[in-house]
Write a protein that binds this ligand. Structure first.
Ligand code: SAH
Length: 187
């Protein structure tokens, strides 16, 4: 994994997703070298770069031009632009411009999760995966219910990480925000 400190950041753009969460997302996605990945809400590019290392092609979408700019800077920094296409647009509308894919990663949805899952599912290849990372309680539930609505069986994990910080007297464990990872495979 790329360490959190190795990303260029912009205070106006969320991310990068913390290293340990990225690690779990990669595991759950079962990404492999022939996969086409569509990422909705690339933010700082935290997950874009991890997918780019392992997949054949990544379409990284964000509605915020600043997010695409910072993701591009991170791709350049790590010399990983080759198999990533950046697209400014909003999901679910953006699916019309894209080919079918094996992995749909949703890191931001702004209340559109229901149509994103419904339309994304239609373009998802058999054995493909949908993964949603959720900070909000409401997004967790929306992801579960909408995956079930299209006939998927979601796997739900809620991840609470504490990270050790060395201080004078020892090691202080600092809690990070809990994140849920909801994933499902199309059979
Ligand atoms: N996983 C990213 C952070 C994602 S932040 C990282 O590791 O860096 C969520 C992003 O989703 C934001 O940049 C926001 O602009 C974008 N977003 C939210 N709803 C969207 C939608 N419907 N379509 C496209 N992008 C969206």
């Amino acid at each position: 994994m790329i360490s959190d400190e190795d990303f260029i950041k912009d205070p106006k753009v969320p991310g990068p997703t913390k290293e340990e969460i990225r690690c779990l997302v990669m595991c759950k996605s079962e990404v492999s070298k022939d996969d086409i990945v569509v990422e909705v809400g690339c933010g700082t590019g935290g997950l874009t770069l991890e997918f780019a290392r392992l997949a054949e092609k990544v379409y990284a979408v964000d509605k915020n031009p600043k997010a695409l700019k910072i993701t591009n800077m991170n791709l350049e920094k790590h010399k990983m632009q080759d198999n990533v296409q950046l697209i400014q647009g909003s999901a679910p509308q953006v699916f019309n411009e894209l080919p079918s894919f094996n992995i749909l990663m949703v890191g931001g949805s702004s209340g559109e999760l229901s149509p994103i899952i419904e339309n994304g599912y239609k373009k998802l290849n058999p054995n493909g995966k949908i993964i949603v990372t959720a900070i909000l309680l409401e997004t967790r539930l929306e992801a579960i219910l909408n995956m079930q609505k299209v006939g998927l069986k979601p796997d739900i994990i809620d991840v609470h990480i504490s990270k050790g910080k060395i201080i004078k007297r020892g090691t202080m464990m600092e809690g990070r925000n809990p994140v849920a990872i909801i994933s499902a495979k199309k059979i």
